[in-house]
Design a protein around this ligand. Structure first.
Ligand SMILES: [Zn+2]
Ligand SMILES: [Zn+2]
Length: 84
């Protein structure tokens, strides 16, 4: 599944403290990232496979509760189609 990545200005719009889904710390940055319905620090949104930072990527991918970059997602996809 392709995820959309939103960069959201934190000021004003949301009053509740936001907890990063990656590290569990509060997000106090001016901008936070919104992906998979969760809030992330820019540096915490990483591919679960190669750990590259995904905030610089145009698209990211979600499967089985893990986030992947395009490269690793395609790689794991071809694995599953081979075995099917
Ligand atoms: Zn974090
Ligand atoms: Zn990756």
């Amino acid at each position: 599944m392709i995820l959309n990545l939103f960069q959201v200005p934190a000021a004003g719009s949301i009053q509740e403290p936001m907890i990063c889904a990656g590290c569990g710390e509060q997000v106090c940055d001016r901008f936070f990232l919104l992906a998979a319905g969760r809030v992330w620090h820019g540096s915490c949104l990483r591919c679960s496979q190669c750990h590259c930072e995904l905030q610089a990527h145009p698209s990211l991918f979600w499967r089985d509760g893990n986030i992947y970059c395009q490269q690793d997602y395609c790689r794991s996809n071809s694995f599953s189609t081979e075995t099917a």
